[in-house]
Design a protein around this ligand. Sequence first.
Ligand code: MN
Length: 130
Amino acid sequence: MKILVIEDNEQNMYLIRFLLESNGFTAIEALNGQDGIRLAHEMKPDIILLDIQLPGMDGYEIAGVIRSSPEIQTIPIIAVTSYAMSGDRERILAAGATDYIEKPINPETFIDQIRVHFPQRRADNESINC
Ligand code: MN
């Protein structure tokens, strides 16, 4: 499972990479939106973790570009942001994010919050509902 992390804060990137790799996932790192979009095309990650406040393009703009790029538009995007107000949450979901995780990251729940969006897990949930 490959996870693209678009995050400009070194400490957050370090923590996210540590959590992903210690759970057996491959972390692909991008420090800005331009690199993130390029790596999404090149690496076809299973999930994209997206910071909102970034140099250059912000997370809203990046989510919009990914959702309008046919080759990568179906990849789940999970916004990871310190914005806590509900209006910001609505705004990033409207921009194309699939879900939203609030900073500070909680190492106890972070992986579970991502796992919900794995294709297989989603199928399991559907069968439980039947
Ligand atoms: Mn940031």
